[in-house]
Design a protein around this ligand. Structure first.
Ligand SMILES: *[C@@H]1O[C@H](CO)[C@@H](O)[C@H](O)[C@H]1NC(C)=O
Length: 389
């Protein structure tokens, strides 16, 4: 034993140190960033880690969801580490227990009750994990191929600038101190600063509204030109006089949909127990989980922030919840989706996503060789590799 220890001469240590430096230097991320000017020019920052700077990424995905394989392939190309808790197949009894004693008073449709319970299951799993923060996704979302290399690092810098901590350790807390925020909407279907039924953007909103709201603007070269943004998003950005290729992180005013929301432990507990408990209170007049969260952000107690335009948006066409509700009521598309549909069809991209997974170009159907190629060229270098882009 002692002989073995003596064998480690200073030269051995020097070689070991050299080896470590070489490994660090030639890490794929590092070299991709250094070599490829298409994103290193605009973003000095290093890519976000595999959980985007949160403790974990969780997905709400029902049993047998047809979206699952595509989501996992998109995550593999972007190199995201997802946790997909096994969901319960909610029974009629679970649904009855959620509803008020007099079921006639219920405002929440069956599909929405099940989605609500599924979010709860994931929140509980997050709390059990001991992680400090988590980002919760729905399983039909889409994102840009430059999410991890450019978009998230830029959004993190914006979030840090809103953090009150003076000695913020940005390595440990890339999104600012978790005591400074409760919920971060990175995926949503719009925060139009008011009820969409009353009107959106130009003619309804004014720069004063933004000025009176805690916010920060930041440039993002991956952003679509305004003509290609969802019409509601384009209109609210114009109404606020926000320049092209600029996003805003602002205190949430009227955030819609829970496609991708980050939470702290405290926020998860409050959502489960007071903001969106698993038992319907008809006097609150809330018809879905996302509406309950909206209330918690708009009216308190949650301190919520929204990234506009959003970095995650749900894909057109495959929503399980909408399909289930279609049998109860003939509503196929909420207003935001209806307004964006024509553009989705001609762009062949998800609303507000410049180069995403919706058209199927970046799925690999289990082909590992194709995956390696897509990871390098699309995921790490951020090249779109689609005709015309
Ligand atoms: C990413 O960074 C966050 C914040 O420091 C950390 O909690 C998380 O564990 C990291 N994820 C991975 C996969 O290293």
């Amino acid at each position: 034993m002692p002989a073995a220890r003596n064998a480690r001469s200073p030269l051995t240590y020097a070689l070991l140190a050299l080896a470590i430096i070489v490994v660090i230097y030639y890490q794929p991320w590092y070299s991709a960033t250094a070599r490829d000017s298409t994103f290193s020019r605009n973003s000095r920052s290093i890519p976000a880690n595999a959980t985007l700077g949160f403790g974990a990424l969780y997905v709400v995905s029902g049993p047998g969801s047809p979206r699952r394989q595509h989501l996992e392939e998109a995550a593999a190309v972007t190199e995201l580490e997802l946790r997909i808790p096994t969901q319960t197949a909610w029974t009629d009894e679970d649904v009855r227990n959620f509803r008020p004693a007099d079921e006639a008073e219920s405002r929440v449709l069956t599909g929405s009750v099940k989605a609500w319970l599924s979010h709860h299951l994931v929140l509980r799993e997050f709390l059990a994990s001991g992680e400090e923060t988590a980002l919760i996704f729905e399983d039909d979302i889409d994102w840009d191929v430059r999410l991890r290399t450019q978009q998230i690092p830029l959004a993190q810098q914006a979030a840090q600038s809103l953090s009150e901590a003076s000695d913020l350790d940005t390595k440990q807390y890339p999104w600012g101190l978790p005591t400074d925020w409760d919920l971060f909407y990175v995926g949503h279907c719009g925060d139009y600063f008011g009820d969409v039924d009353k009107g959106i953007g130009v003619g309804y909103s004014h720069p004063d509204e933004l000025a009176n709201t805690r916010h920060v603007l930041y440039q993002d070269p991956t952003m679509l030109p305004r003509t290609d943004l969802h019409p509601f998003t384009a209109s609210i950005l114009t109404a606020f006089s926000i320049p092209d290729q600029t996003r805003v992180v602002h205190q949430s005013k009227w955030p819609l949909c829970t496609f991708g929301y980050a939470i702290t432990r405290l926020a998860a507990e409050r959502i489960l127990n007071e903001i969106a408990p698993a038992h319907e209170d008809p006097s609150r007049n809330v018809i879905a989980y996302d509406a309950a969260i909206l209330g918690g952000c708009r009216d308190g107690p949650l301190r919520c922030y929204t990234v506009t335009p959003e970095l995650f948006h749900h894909m057109e066409g495959e929503s399980l919840i909408a399909d289930m509700e279609a049998t109860e009521r003939k509503i196929f598309r909420p207003p935001v989706d209806a307004a964006g549909l024509a553009q989705v069809k001609y762009r062949k991209e998800t609303s507000n996503i410049a180069c995403g997974f919706f058209d199927g170009s970046f799925y690999y159907n289990g082909d590992q060789e194709r995956l390696s190629y897509l990871r390098e060229e699309v995921g790490r270098k951020g090249r779109c590799l689609k005709a015309g882009q």
